[in-house]
Design a protein around this ligand. Structure first.
Ligand code: HSE
Length: 424
């Protein structure tokens, strides 16, 4: 069997990641990979590579029989899907960094991959330089994964760090993230949690064998998090992070979401600053493990693409072991979470959604409550996503059954609520 296949690459995209890949490939001559052509959208823009390498005609790459690997790093998820589909049909393997495209089309792409026998690798699409997908596939190849929680979006983590530790404004922090090449070309995707959600859908496939649609997962971003919320976090000895989480419940199903979180300052996730990403895995016997590295940026992302290209030399494929060889897992929203909710107007809060409200506060600077809410209520409502409402889960927020904590419904009254708001 051919072990070290010669790789002839057709590359789509020469932006932050594409140019990074060009640089790292030039510094890795041992790889036995050559770039034959690079397809770009804007043929006029000056590039830091020989002009003869570039074309604007995708078919030149897709129809070239010598090109055996398509490396796709473009921004447009629909165009990326068409490119990847055609590449498979034309017998080429694919390395992709397009998280949105993967999140939206993984089931169809898996079918095509299987039919054509090609490989489809995308380590760069989640947590950039951290080899989390291959680890979940190969090392955590069993049923013992209790939970996985992660910071998977570098831009929001950068913004939170700069805002709350260096007192930069949201606008300036985002501008820096854009200038440094971390942010999506439409930064709403980062700020409002879509990018993290996209990444989490396929991480769930590799962690638990679930193939969710993005609409199945409860999520939001950091758009409503305020300096007052950060002060409350500080009082509780916490920081605020946008956390993607999945946890195996006692009923065998999986609780998963992407939401802002209070994270205790001594928790590994609190250690993750700026554009770094991190993943904490808890499993039955190994206990806790923490993977940490750069989650965005040119060379860190290119390093993961390079590693996928390198793996193709020995015909590596994800086996989707948990999808195909284990009893498939299912998502569940039958659990409770403890959440802090900051708000400007009590009328913005659907108080009847809460099983109990344990803490509340109201003065000229800040209104907030801390309460327990069934996850279905979050899944089926949007009040908590509105402007001027910031829902932040508390540290260790998942409660599987209310019997355990012996809750008293409407405990706010019992706690002696005597403010100006009515709860009834
Ligand atoms: N915009 C993404 C982020 C880039 O900030 O994490 C890396 O996927």
């Amino acid at each position: 069997m051919e072990t070290h296949k010669k790789l002839v690459l057709g590359i789509f995209g020469f932006g932050v990641v594409g140019e990074g890949l060009y640089k790292v490939l030039n510094q890795t001559p041992s790889l036995n990979a050559v770039i034959k052509k690079v397809c770009i959208k804007n043929g006029i823009k000056k590039r830091n590579a020989p002009a003869e390498l570039f074309t604007t005609d995708r078919n030149i790459l897709l129809n070239d029989p010598e090109i055996n690997v398509i490396v796709e790093m473009i921004d447009d998820a629909d165009a990326a899907y068409e490119i990847v589909k055609t590449a498979f049909i034309n017998g080429k393997s694919v390395v992709s960094a397009s998280k949105k495209m993967i999140a939206e089309h993984l089931p169809e792409l898996l079918e095509l991959e299987q039919k054509t026998g090609a490989s489809f690798l995308y380590e760069a699409a989640c947590c950039a330089s951290i080899p989390v997908i291959r680890n979940l596939e190969e090392y955590y190849d069993n049923d013992l994964l209790h939970s996985i929680s992660a910071v998977v979006n570098g831009s929001t983590n950068y913004i939170l760090t700069k805002m709350f530790e260096e007192k930069l404004s949201f606008k300036n922090a985002l501008l820096q993230a854009q200038q440094l090449g971390f942010a999506e070309s439409n930064p709403v995707l980062d700020v409002e949690g879509y990018d993290a959600l996209n990444k989490w859908t396929f991480l769930l496939t590799h962690a638990y064998g679930i193939l969710p649609k993005t609409g199945d997962i409860v999520f939001t971003g950091i758009q409503s998090v305020t300096a007052e919320d950060a002060q409350q976090a500080e009082k509780k000895d916490c920081v605020i992070k946008l956390v993607a989480s999945a946890k195996k419940l006692k009923n065998g199903k999986v609780a998963a979401y992407v939401l802002p979180h209070f994270v205790k300052k001594d928790d590994q996730l609190a250690f993750i600053k700026n554009e770094y990403n991190g993943v904490v895995i808890e499993s039955s016997f190994a206990d806790k493990q923490f993977f940490y590295g750069k989650g965005a940026g040119s060379l860190p992302t290119a390093s993961a693409v390079l590693s996928d290209i390198s793996a193709l030399r020995y015909h590596y494929k994800y086996e989707y072991k948990k999808l195909h060889h284990h009893k498939p897992n299912e998502l569940s929203s039958d659990f409770y979470v403890k959440a802090y909710v900051g708000f400007t107007d009590w009328n913005h809060i659907r108080k009847d959604d809460f099983e109990s409200i344990e803490e509340w506060h109201s003065n000229e600077q800040i209104n907030y409550l801390v309460g327990i809410i069934h996850f279905d209520k979050l899944k089926n409502s949007t009040w908590w996503k509105k402007t001027n409402v910031s829902l932040i889960l508390t540290a260790d927020p998942v409660i599987e059954s209310l019997d355990i904590v012996k809750l008293k419904k409407r405990s706010l009254e019992l706690a002696g609520f005597s403010g100006g708001y009515s709860l009834s």
